[in-house]
Design a protein around this ligand. Sequence first.
Ligand SMILES: [Zn+2]
Length: 438
Amino acid sequence: MKLYSRLFSSITSHNPHAYLLIVLFGGLFLYSCSTTEPFSGYSYDPPDVTDTQDKEILYQNKRVIGFGEPRIWISNEFSGARVSDAWLASGLVQDTVVIRIKPENAPINNSPWYAFQIWSDQAHEVFIRLSYEGARHRYIPKIASITEPTNWNHLQDSTSYSADGSVHFNLQIGTDKQLIAAHPIHPNNIEALEEYPESHGFASKIVVDTVGYSHNNRAILQWQSQDHAEIEKEGLLLLFSRQHPPEVSGYRSFLYFFNRLMGTDELAQAFRSKFHIIAYPMMNPDGVEQGHWRHNSKGIDLNRDWEFFRQPETRSVRDALSPLAYGRYNVVYGIDFHSTNENVFYPINEEVITGIDNFTQRWFPYVAEANPELNFRSEEFEPNSPIAKNWVYKTFGTDALTFEVEDELSEEAIQSLGHSAAESLMKLLLEELLAAEQ
Ligand SMILES: [Zn+2]
């Protein structure tokens, strides 16, 4: 299998037609079960998820809502906010501050994002209910003061859940504004991303480009490493992140991963001398800014649009990558970072022949062993759905991965995961190159 993959990459780098022959040849001998049913959605997807033609979305009424005595104030007038309505419901025992949260459009996956500011004219305790339209509570509420927007704490201990999918908790409020959100806002918004390369010391190592614009005219950013390659045909690693706005743990794993690739140590320098890196850190800036549950500004799940490319976000990335990859680069691997309720790799089926064959299957044990407390598992899929991973495989013939990180993983665990995964990936890809050269 390994010899086969080396043969594959050396032949295909010289003759593009050989690629087709090898795929057909490989298909006959090694992938006999080729009856692939048309993809219509994963088990957790709503109906018609692959119909990626524009849909109407619901924009929030941006405002400050006030009610009760002493006055309670709720605001969604900030980046990443999501509140559809808020009111005070009188009860026999106590009144309840109801925060109503609706998705951008429906049907939609169960990832109800919320974010709001709350304060009062006078210090007192309130009972808050987060009530979702067509969804069940998913993300543990986090809290920060707006005077310290990078210091967030969990509200976990005081929250309780209702059978209707809502959640409620007590909160001490006062004249100082507090932020409550599904995940920390500031370190994960567009503004923080724009500052990230500079604040993390790798701005001089990358070129930042805008490859296109979202429906609402926000930049689709590209980070490209700019170290000089020593070899003629440079290997290219592709990274994608934040197609789904609430998936912050996957996004932060990507940031730590990228950071580690930009390291000043011997391993990272050796890696960058042999491999080029292109990353799309925030594929869905409208969704992040507008506090969406999953979709872009035309109500589409971007990670179901990698076949027909009807949306500007996916189209910009396709158009930026296609010419690059057929030039001096040789795409070696692609990773698309996401979040779900567990730590899991979704590789391409082992039986499918890819450029560096079964790279994910060989890399997985290193990631799992370096992070034993995360209980990583791996579940293979046929490359038949219109998602980023499968586009990488279909376009460049290389292996690719959907890298899923548990929703509520701690910052320390995310950092350790991102760094260790980058280290083992760099070592493995360098070994692969060495083996191919011998
Ligand atoms: Zn996702």
